[in-house]
Design a protein around this ligand. Structure first.
Ligand code: RFL
Ligand code: PHB
Length: 398
């Protein structure tokens, strides 16, 4: 098999990149280690920046998003039993965000690619990227992994390889240690997330700071609520029967107002550790990284998927330019351009995370500082506008 751009990973980054390249006339192949069912069911993000929605529209992949996505004009902050609404259009000069699940984006992009797109191989696990500094890097992969015989190994000869293979992928391993650096921070807590079959108890997302820990109310409308609780690292799901989760959510969302959390059957449950990670640079020779393969942010700022989309928007522009006139100008600038935005999103996600979570090793002073930060945001239009500008998404650095 030969192709111009070999894409490892069929998550949102790899699938959107393939769609954009295909429309620009650049041929590519996507290798995805999991099954179609698995990638379409993996519960993750739900909050899309305007730029992400625009990118999906530009890729002609937003038909369902445009009818089923929910436009939100803001978020609610809760602390000390009070509710505070942040009005994004007022604070940002008209910007909004959209609630549409990552599972649905993946379903939409997979369907488009299988109908009229470039090859997308499921159960095709990349094993290694070889020769990233040569003129023709190679991805070794195993297709239909259950057979596990050497004869099942194919070789894709690519002019470029893009690692969109998430935080546990193999593409980043092809960077020589001397040519890269990873910056990492592990937070001392995790999120226990549930999907519940009950209509949301709110019209906008609620970020709640509570002495017992953070809680977030999100949604997968019209029938599902998506909720998260801060829990200690190492928490096992066996310690959290559904009633305990609902009781804890109730406590953390409590306000001195008439508000009730609706309960319903829990259909999915998982625990995710909070961490930040940035891999620098994002290019080595003819190997480029995009999305979670290059950077992870704690989900408190809802930035991970949005960053993945902005990486591939830049990459698609870069390959289109190369295809049109042979210029590698944008490909040469790709890593530096992306990393500017990545570090800003990492900073914002870190600020939100530290401000909203109970700090297990914090003292009374630290807690007062968190409350002072929250009060400042609700009292100062300037402080609120700064949060809103970051939450709704900073512009692409072009
Ligand atoms: P993905 O989605 O992990 O996709 C990578 C794909 O690569 C495949 N793969 C391989 N394929 C072939 N060969 C190999 N060797 C391979 N190794 C891996 C994997 O099977 C997979 O299909 O990365 P991508 O595309 O970069 O997308 C990133 C997003 O998934 C991620 O950043 C977001 O989900 C983060 N995130 C959120 N982001 C937002 O922008 N808004 C949100 O509201 C939001 N909420 C969240 C989140 C992430 C969460 N968790 C679970 C970490 C909420 C949570 C709880
Ligand atoms: C989600 O809907 O899953 C979600 C929304 C906002 C976040 C994190 C997750 O900050």
């Amino acid at each position: 098999m030969r192709t111009t751009v070999g894409i490892i990973g069929g998550g949102p980054a790899g699938l959107l990149l393939a769609r954009l390249l295909h429309r620009a006339g650049v041929d590519c192949v996507v290798l995805e280690s999991r099954t179609r069912q698995y990638v379409q069911r993996r519960q993750r993000a739900g909050m899309l920046e305007q730029g992400t929605v625009d990118a999906l529209r530009a890729a002609d992949a937003a038909a369902r998003l445009d009818t089923e996505g929910l436009v939100h004009d803001g978020i609610e902050l809760r602390f000390e039993r009070e509710r505070h609404h942040l009005d994004f259009p007022v604070l940002t000069g008209g910007r909004t965000v959209t609630i549409y699940a990552q599972t649905e984006i993946v379903k939409d992009l997979v369907a488009l690619q299988l109908t009229d797109g470039p090859p997308l191989l499921f159960e095709a696990e990349a094993l290694a990227v070889e020769g990233p500094q040569s003129g023709a890097p190679v991805v070794r992969f195993r297709h239909e992994g259950r057979e596990r015989t050497l004869a099942c190994e194919w070789v894709v000869g690519c002019e470029w390889v893009v690692g969109c293979d998430g935080s546990h992928g193999v593409a980043a391993d092809a960077f020589p240690a001397a040519a890269c650096r990873t910056y990492r921070h592990d937070y001392p807590y995790s999120w226990l997330g549930i999907l519940a079959e009950v209509p949301p108890s709110c019209d906008e997302l609620i970020y709640a700071h509570h002495a017992r820990g953070f809680a977030l109310h999100s949604m997968r409308p019209p029938r599902f609520s998506r909720l998260y609780l801060q829990v200690p690292n190492g928490t096992g799901l066996e310690d959290w029967p559904d009633d305990r989760i609902w009781d804890e959510l109730d406590t953390r969302f409590t306000v001195d107002a008439d508000w009730t959390l609706r309960r319903g059957p829990v259909t999915a449950k998982s625990v995710t550790p909070m961490r930040s990670l940035v891999h620098e640079p994002m290019r080595h020779g003819r190997l480029l990284l995009a999305g979670d393969a290059a950077h992870i942010v704690p989900p408190t700022g809802a930035k991970g998927l949005n960053l993945a989309v902005s990486d591939v928007r830049l990459l698609a522009m870069a390959f289109t330019e190369l295809h049109a006139d042979g210029s590698t100008r944008l490909l040469d600038g790709y890593s530096d351009l992306c990393l500017q935005r990545v570090w800003q999103a990492t900073r914002f996600s870190d600020d939100m995370t530290r401000m909203l979570h109970a700090q297990p090793d914090g003292d009374a002073f630290d807690h007062r500082m968190q409350l002072a930060r929250l009060r400042r945001i609700t009292a100062s239009r300037h402080a609120a506008a700064e949060l809103a500008a970051n939450y709704t998404g900073l512009p692409l650095p072009l």
